[in-house]
Design a protein. Sequence first.
Length: 734
Amino acid sequence: MPTTHTNPGAFIWRILVPLVGALVVTLAFSVWTLVEIAARQDAETERRSTTLLDFSFSHRSDDLVKIIRDYSYWGQAYKNTHIKFDRAWAYDGDNLGRSLFNNFSIDYLALVDPQDETIYIVQDGQLVANQEFKGVLEQLGDLVQEARGLSEDSPAVRKVIAIAGAPTVFAAAPMTTGGDPSVQAVPGPPTILLFGDQLSLEDLSDMSAKSLLSKLRVARDAADAAAKPHLTLAPGDAPQLTLRWDPRKPGSDLLRDFGPWLGLAALVLLALVGLIVGFARDATKTIESGARKLELAFRDAEHRSLHDPATGLPNRARLMAHLATALEKPSPCVAVVYCDLDSFKLINDTLGHPVGDFVLEVTAARLRAAAREDDLVSRVGGDEFVIVARRNTVEEVETLCRALLAAAPQPIEHLQHKLRVGLSIGVALAPRDATEAAELVRLADIALYQVKARGRRSFRFYQPEMSDGMFARAGMEHELARAIGSGELLLTFDPILDANTMNLVQVEARPMWRHPARGLIAADDFLPMAEETEMIGPLVAWLLRASCMAAAKWNGVDLAVTIPIRRLQPEQFGGHVEEALKSSGLEGKRLELCVTDASMLARAKESIAALERARTAGVLLSVAAENGGCPSMDALAALRFDVVRVGPRFLRSLRATGFERGILRSMIELAHSFGAIVTATGVETPDQLLLVQYDQCARVQGPLVAKPKKSGELGALLARDSAFHDRMTIGRKA
């Protein structure tokens, strides 16, 4: 019987070839998948970098348009450039000269008269001859003609050209009187003002840093301009109008990190299969290990796409997916809790983004701790968080909101800083308010806006009337105009006492609206919306006039008025103050104008100019904190105030010993150092009164010493001023 021999080739064909083939296919698929993911990541990173750079350049161009609008819409500039050109006014007086280069980095400035002749050119803050600018103007001829067709209210037009190999943004606008009644417009074509901003190497470096781009540069030639990624600033083939940079390639980096490991795994597996089929089990284990690593890489990439990198919380995409799923399941109540950090922007701007990121991390941990384990806590914006919570009753949602409000304000210690942030919360409920995810988030955001408009650091549930606001904007202007003219506005008066004698020394006047349909409306409910309309000027004028008229009748008692300064123009506000004093006969030194620190710093330059303009009438200026605490150092440093107000939120935390007491004393010493006095507002308890008296607060105000009065009640109070002497005894006994 012949001897049977095993065919090695058949063995290899039956065992090794299928096994190796399956392994090769698996590895090839894994590599293809990894390469595909890497390519997508690289493409997405390139798209985002292009979008970010385009936004940065557009923002720079928009700033140039805003600046030229300020200078073209100016009566004196119209008079000295269009009616009759005055080089001494423009350059020697630095109205259209070096200051634009020094303050706004305007590289080119030119004036083109109605006959298209260049009458004035400044480059890098220096006068230059017309001939040197001729080639530039030839490129800007269409821009000049387009600017001539603009109306007075139209924004400036712009164009990007190349000068000396560098992209340069030019904005053009016609010179106008700016509504100045003292300057008469001249018929005929306008003089055109040109501003040019050239992207220097320093500018590109700055944009590169802000946009997180590597080696941002102007394209060297046509081939470089055609390469990706690139951003074309203006139509045309000139490479000088294209920006290039070296893109980040996270996908390629991933391939570089994982490629060698995959290759090594493949070699090891092939070697084991080639040596002995018996080692197939070990090879299988190695393959499974590689598959697990690959799965982890996939999961990590998926996690990054659905989570916020700063806090580790789910991002907006994860939030919306989770909320949509939650709404599909029957539940008595699905709550969308929209949270906004109060005071975070100030911390981030003053102490830097690393400190801001630390505050976000700590706050995120506190929100997670205050919520249940099955609640989703997400971060959807710079200082905004959204929590999705399933509860059985509205009361349980209220409990969650209170827990969040209690957790957020706890001090956050970072190096030598002790930081505090507050929380404002808006809530929308499903199915009561809406049943779609996007709509619930929108309604919660509306409720949050209402909380911020009413003083922050609390929570409110969405109500249908919030969608329209308390008033529609157009209706608000109409109704306010009617209210001012028909006598619907009235004043209430809040007494302010001398902290030592407890005599009445000052009264703060506050507006109130007797609405024919809604009844009495407090100032906090209509002033914030009035600030967003054109009626804020007439409203402030009425408030000053009515308050001064009332105060003129008081003997020995001064007047205080809190002014919403954010939208008022200096000349307009100064005119209101002077008119009110003149028509009432009230001395300027008897009027104290109070502003909040946040409203003043929101438009610091304009607000300070308005207050300085009012000070020329002899009035006193005071500052208070918008959140009811102590005014910020930025506000106190911006302007010399006569009175500093300490608010009720700060007084509630005041104790005989402790950190807050030291702050109060330091604030009083600081105020005294620049000749100001301190008024403690919102005094509610005898202990608070005793402490502010002992620490030499000059004046006190609040429900403990005197409640707000109507006009008739104030007259009786002024008539029996001696009754206030008894309150000092009450305070000292307490």
